[in-house]
Design a protein around this ligand. Sequence first.
Ligand SMILES: Nc1ncnc2c1ncn2[C@@H]1O[C@H](COP(=O)(O)OP(=O)(O)OP(=O)(O)O)[C@@H](O)[C@H]1O
Length: 553
Amino acid sequence: MRTIKRIDVRKELRWCAIVRVRTWRRVLHVQIAVFGDGTFFASRGSRVRLSTAITIRPNGPAIVRYPSVKNEMSEQPIKILLVDDEEDSRRSAAKWLRRKGHEVTDVSNAAEALTLLQRQTFDVGVFDMNMPGMSGLELLQRVHQEHLDVEVIILTGQGTVETAVSAMKMGACEFLRKPCSLADLEHHCFRARERRLLKKENKQLKAVISRSRPTASLVGESEPLRQVLGLIDKVGPTNKPVLIQGESGTGKELVARAIQQASPLADCPFVTVNCAAFPENLVESELFGHLKGAFTGATAEKPGLFEIADGGTLFIDEVGELPLSLQPKLLRVLEDGTMRRVGCHRERRVTVRLIAATNRDLQNEVDAGRFREDLFYRINVFAIQLPTLREREGDVDRLIDHFLPKSYRIDPAAREILNRYPWPGNVRQLINVIERASILADDFDIMVNDLPHEVVHYNRSLSKRNCTDNVIRTDAAPIVPTHSDMLGNSHFKLDEVVRVHVEEVLAKEHGNKASTARKLGIHRRKLYRLLDRFRCSSESECRETVASCETSV
Ligand SMILES: Nc1ncnc2c1ncn2[C@@H]1O[C@H](COP(=O)(O)OP(=O)(O)OP(=O)(O)O)[C@@H](O)[C@H]1O
């Protein structure tokens, strides 16, 4: 295989190569991209597993045969270290292998070989077993003790089954008897090199996967958070379903990830889905998949998230939003692991650990007939109630220090204001406020007037008492109008009035979206859409402010 381009290990693409593939009629060049998740993408559009052989048909879909790849790989020279005290045989083998194009270093004793292995990289070490001083097996042992990255072939004149077994146990990849043909030796060197590359690739893939998986570090040391951490440690390894309850932004997804990382499924898929994010008619297909033509718009067959999470963990956020009609289907898959794609009669079996989250009171939902009691008991095997940020004494300061970008400082008055605010949107809101403030801050100093109006406004009386005039520059005038300021005032646009009203009700309801929606008399999905819109508009407001600052500079 000729690698034309090597790209740094990134989240997705790992490397690209052009592979020459011989088919029954002609030779084709296929561009292959290998992704971090172990899939190939061949230039004709096939997407297959790394372990799958690909084949190319002249006019058909794409394909690569492993043997072809292997043949081309075998054209690349191997870096071999030959260790044998028998000078004649060692020199003639080295000469033959060099003539074949390989890079061969030959030495007569194990001590010298060990020094070379510690300094250079070899693909394969060929060690004679019986050598004066350190034997081939002892050298192999040192290679393993020192984690040297080389595949070892042991050569011996008087090999017994026992010695072969012990060599293999010690990690040798081949055990060959002398005399052995040089062509055979070369063939085994190719196999050993291939094994080394596969091991390396495996390590890299694991590194890519773990790098792309966000680490679940829960910042905070307050007592309520410590208790949550204790529960995570207990329930994590059990693989039992967990129900996480808490206000929006308290870190339910983060806790779900922490549970998964504390479980034996830590290296398996972690798939998340938010039931509130999909229109009711799409939730089923998202969770369970569908067949082509199962409904209008189902143009291709699609596996559901349960199948994608098979063998791992599925995190269902806002489980209280799951339509009543779908709840029996979820119950079934949790009970016996069986499910059907939409439009399909065939049952499929999956093994998935379920972690569900909600900021509704599910017991109330059961009482109101909006959530099935049997499903509630099934997912509520172990419940974790997350504390709000208001209840986590001292954590605001810790979170500020954690999320404040490097080289930024925060004015003590601003810090004080952040500490006094009740944070209806919890940690998520605090992070947004810090991000916004760091965009607006001059000279890496976050001051009070870099904080959003509603946060400062909440503390206005307090700020006046505690802070000097030059620190709170926005203090003199009313900072942001409240909803009652706006009523009957024709200067305000409808959107602004709606936004302030929604935010006020949300704050009064301590961030509980279900009760906010009820108080506002709108459906919860509508509230989500409004909050999304406000977030977008406050981000663009922020960008506009930055742009206008830049223009004025
Ligand atoms: N203790 C914490 N330490 C660090 N970051 C946190 C903590 N809690 C929450 N966060 C961060 O806050 C944000 C919101 O967290 P997350 O999405 O887990 O909240 P949630 O409770 O699932 O919210 P929602 O109910 O709206 O989905 C994320 O960026 C998360 O990383």
